[in-house]
Design a protein around this ligand. Structure first.
Ligand code: FDA
Length: 451
């Protein structure tokens, strides 16, 4: 089996690992990036399905994501705005379809008042939090003891308000049931986007896309590394100690002075560490788990909703597809909708056959856009739950109490082993922006340690 020696071995060729590798190489260090899959990009994957270019993984860029925006610009990529002209659609508890403009859902004046008041409270709490250190807030322990759902229900007894407030960080972001994560975890999610109001503002958080697809970011970063990226090399064993590391992959071995684990934290235990990782990491990593969401792509001959004066932006905490948007590619004559089915709804759907799933999902889309939504020319479900090297979507978060208990240790290196992934980020948490920030941080820590 080939054996090579480098300054740093990077495990994982997602946005985090490739960013770190480029930073280190620029600083004059030699690197090897070992990637389990037969492609680079990890959770960024732009592919052609039945003749339609689809963003199977991450795609949107928001204006606060400076690390990603700078990278996109530096790589010479162009962006375009999501189509958002016309009315949005909301389906209420009685199944009634309402058109609306602006950010506030068309709910009763009492529900609107409750949503506005709790939003103001959340914005004030988020403003006190440092996204890179949410555990350091004086109330962090208390906020990590109560579930997001339970806290919202202490704020208002208006169920429709609670469901609408909850889904911004629940179904839409952490993609876990709102009773399964804490208020603190929710505040981190909001804080990573600047405020709770930013997070619920689709025009902000889902602002731009990259022409040709966001996977070009990792593809171009990998191109710069040339022969230093090795595909189909899942790392199975990592020996580590004072004198460095040895990473043993399926087809090669890399000896290095440091390692960066640039993979989702739920996958750390796929690697045998010799000696084993310390007790703290063994414990901590068990409290992080992936959310789960199905990203649904529906392509039509035309973007038919536009003629009807709809932007295609649609929300409902009562619908199977809890949110959907116009996702038409740049310069494409065909129209594409993207919708999301989250957490328990996603579990339930995967108990059905593919035909039944499609029928249920298109039925839900037709509630927003009318019967034409059922006439797809291409239909595809991104299912990251079956991907061995990801195991969920979008990213990992702590269980109840975990963020306060372990957060401060999450990014701490263990001897020569450094950790980098969007799932460990503060600013840009669970997003490509966070992956790039974590890649930069791990590289900087290695460079500083070398003096
Ligand atoms: P990532 O998981 O991408 O990379 C880790 C790499 O490590 C993978 O390539 C994996 O194969 C590899 N690996 C794992 N174990 C290994 C081993 N033992 N040996 C070698 N290699 C190993 N973000 C955003 O900003 N805007 C958006 O619109 C979206 N939307 C979105 C939709 C969907 C469906 C998903 C799944 C995700 C998003 N995201 C997103 C999130 C975003 O895609 C994600 O946060 C980053 O791409 C994660 O990048 P990382 O490099 O941190 O991990």
């Amino acid at each position: 089996m080939p054996e090579i020696t480098r300054d740093v071995v990077i495990v994982g060729a997602g946005a985090a690992g490739l960013t770190a590798a480029n930073q280190l190489k620029k600083a004059g260090l030699s690197v090897a990036v070992l990637e389990a899959r037969d492609r680079v990009g990890g959770r960024l994957w732009t592919d052609e399905i039945d003749g339609a270019m689809l963003e199977i993984g991450g795609q949107w860029v928001s204006p606060d994501q400076h690390a990603l925006i700078d990278t996109v610009a530096e790589l010479g990529l162009e962006t375009f705005s999501r189509y958002r002209e016309g009315d949005s659609v909301y389906v209420g508890p009685d199944g009634q379809v309402h058109r609306f403009t602006g950010e506030m859902f068309p709910v009763s004046p009492e529900t609107e008042k409750a949503i506005a008041e709790v939003t103001a409270r959340l914005d004030a709490m988020v403003a006190e939090i440092d996204p890179d250190r949410p555990w350091a807030h004086p109330n962090a322990e208390e906020w990590d003891r109560i579930t997001w759902d339970a806290w919202l229900r202490t704020q208002t007894d208006d169920d429709e308000a609670v469901r609408n407030l909850a889904f911004a960080t629940g179904s839409a972001m952490l993609t876990k049931p709102t009773h399964s994560f804490s208020l603190l975890q929710s505040l981190l999610m909001a804080s990573s986007a600047g405020s709770y109001s930013n997070l619920v503002d689709a025009d902000f958080i889902l602002d731009k896309r990259v022409v040709g697809g966001l996977q070009q970011v990792p593809l171009l970063l990998a191109e710069r590394l040339g022969d230093d990226v090795f595909l189909e090399q899942p790392v199975r064993t990592l020996h580590w100690g004072d004198d460095g590391v040895t990473a043993i992959a399926d087809g090669m071995t890399v000896r290095a002075r440091s390692a960066i684990l640039a993979l989702a934290p739920v996958l750390y235990d796929r690697i045998s560490f010799v000696p084993s990782l310390p007790r703290l990491q063994h414990q901590m990593h068990q409290h992080l788990s992936m959310g789960f969401v199905i990203k649904v792509h529906a392509v039509y001959d035309t973007p038919f909703w536009r003629a009807d004066g709809l932007s295609a932006t649609a929300f409902s905490p009562y619908e199977l597809v809890h949110e959907a948007y116009d996702n038409t590619n740049h310069g494409d004559e065909r129209g594409t909708l993207v919708g999301f089915v989250s957490d328990q709804n996603a579990d339930d759907l995967f108990r059905l056959t593919a035909e039944e799933r499609k029928e249920r999902i298109l039925e839900s889309l037709s509630h927003y856009y009318g019967p034409e939504a059922k006439n797809t020319v291409v239909y595809y479900e991104s299912d990251w739950g079956t991907e061995e090297w990801t195991r969920g979507a979008y990213a990992a978060s702590f269980d109840m109490g975990g963020l306060h208990r372990y957060g401060a240790d999450l990014r701490t290196p263990v001897g020569p082993i450094h950790f980098a992934c969007s799932d460990l980020a503060g600013a840009g948490y669970q997003h490509v922006d966070g992956a790039i920030r974590m890649g930069r941080l791990a590289a900087q820590n290695i460079l500083e340690a070398r003096g």
